[in-house]
Design a protein around this ligand. Structure first.
Ligand code: SF4
Length: 332
C-alpha cells in the first residue's frame, strides 16, 4: 500500500491500473455526444439528464434539448413552460426547472470554472460539479456516482462504502493527467464490465489487482431503500372544449400542467367539493414511480362545463391518466 494513501495497492500497481483502464477505455468506450465536447453547457445538460435517465433514453432528450436551447443564453431566455415541455417525459422536472434557473444565473453572473464555484449553482451537487469541472475545465476532481461506488467497493473489497471513503478513494485513484477522461473511464467500466449483476471479471482491466474478484456480488452490500408509496386521487374533468388542466404548484410535478390531483384517502371528496360536483365515475388505477416515491393514482372522471384549454406540457403521469380515461371513453 502506498504510504499515506487510502488505496490498498502500491504505487506500481496503481500506475499499472491507470494505464490498463485508460487503454481499455480507448478501445471500448461508447461514442456518446457529450463525450465529444468540452462545452460546459452541453456537459451540464447531459449530466443532469443522466442522473435520472438511462443512456439510451437520454440520447433523444439530449439532442432535443440542445436543439431547442443550444447554450446558456437560449435556455435562460426561454419561458419555463417551454423548457418543461421539451423536458417532458425525461422525468424529475425539478431538475429542468433548476437547470433553467442555473442558466439565468450564468447569463447574469458568468459560469464558474472550478468545482467549488460550480457547486454554488442551483441544482448542482458534488457529482455534477465534478463531472463539469473535470471534463470541461480539466480540474483534477473525481466523480462518484453509482457505477464508481460499485467499482471502488469491489476493487477494494469494501462492503459498506461510506461517502467520505468513496470521495477519498476516488480522488486517490484519479489520474491527474486527464481527469475528465479518467472519470468517464471509471464510470464506463462500471456500466459495461463491473455491472451490478454478472460482472465481466474475465475481461476487466482491473482484475489483476481487484480484491473483490471471485465474489464481486458481496460488494457493496445491498442498500435497502424502499421508495415510499403514496396514494393520490386524480379527477379528469371533461367538457365540451376538452379536458381541464391546471398548473401544479408543488410536489414532484410542480410547474407542469395536468389534471387536478389530491393526496390521501379523502382526496376525491376534496376534489369534488372544489369543483362543486356531487360525484365522479371511477375509471381505474395508474401507478407511477418517481425517483424516491411511488404513486398509486386512483383515477376518476366527471363531466364539467368549465373544462377546456389549449395544449400544455403535461407530465408522463398525466399522459398515462389521460390515456386510461381515453380508452375507457372509447369502450363505454
Ligand atoms: S475484476 Fe470484476 S469485480 Fe473487480 S472491478 Fe473488475 S469486473 Fe469488477
Amino acid at each position: 500500500m502506498a504510504k499515506g494513501s487510502v488505496l490498498p495497492w502500491d504505487t506500481a500497481a496503481l500506475g499499472a491500473f491507470r494505464e490498463a483502464l485508460l487503454s481499455w477505455y480507448a478501445r471500448n468506450r461508447r461514442d456518446l455526444p457529450w463525450r465529444r465536447t468540452k462545452d460546459p453547457y452541453a456537459i451540464l445538460v447531459a449530466e443532469v439528464l443522466l442522473q435520472q435517465t438511462r443512456v439510451a433514453q437520454a440520447l433523444g432528450y439530449y439532442a432535443r434539448f440542445l436543439a431547442a436551447f443550444p447554450d446558456f443564453a437560449a435556455l435562460a431566455a426561454a419561458p419555463e413552460e417551454k423548457v418543461l415541455g421539451i423536458w417532458a417525459g425525461a422525468g424529475y422536472y425539478r431538475r429542468a426547472r433548476q437547470l433553467h434557473r442555473l442558466a439565468q444565473r450564468v447569463v447574469r453572473e458568468g459560469l464558474p470554472r472550478t468545482y467549488a464555484g460550480l457547486l454554488g449553482l442551483p441544482g448542482v451537487g458534488p457529482y455534477t460539479a465534478a463531472a463539469v469541472a473535470s471534463q470541461a475545465f480539466g480540474e483534477p476532481v473525481a466523480v462518484v456516482d453509482g457505477n464508481v461506488r460499485r467499482v471502488l467497493a469491489r476493487l477494494c473489497a469494501e462492503r459498506a462504502p461510506r461517502p467520505r471513503w468513496l470521495r477519498e478513494t476516488a480522488q486517490a485513484l484519479l489520474d491527474p493527467r486527464d481527469p475528465g477522461t479518467w472519470n468517464q473511464a471509471l464510470m464506463e467500466l462500471g456500466a459495461l464490465v463491473c455491472r451490478p449483476r454478472n460482472p465481466g471479471c474475465g475481461g476487466c482491466p482491473g482484475a489483476f489487482l481487484c480484491r473483490g474478484r471471485g465474489e464481486p456480488h458481496r460488494y457493496p452490500r445491498p442498500r435497502r431503500r424502499r421508495p415510499k408509496t403514496e396514494e393520490v386521487v386524480a379527477l379528469v374533468l371533461v367538457g365540451p372544449e376538452g379536458v381541464h388542466l391546471e398548473r401544479r404548484e408543488g410536489g414532484p410535478l410542480a410547474g407542469l400542467w395536468g389534471v387536478p390531483l389530491a393526496p390521501g384517502p379523502d382526496g376525491l371528496a376534496r376534489l369534488l367539493a372544489r369543483f362543486g360536483l356531487a360525484e365522479a365515475r371511477w375509471v381505474g388505477t395508474v401507478r407511477h414511480a418517481f425517483s424516491h416515491r411511488r404513486w398509486v393514482v386512483r383515477v376518476y372522471a366527471a363531466a364539467w362545463p368549465g373544462a377546456g384549454g389549449g395544449a400544455r406540457p403535461v407530465s408522463a403521469l398525466d399522459r398515462k391518466i389521460l390515456s386510461l380515461v381515453g380508452s375507457q371513453l372509447l369502450t363505454n
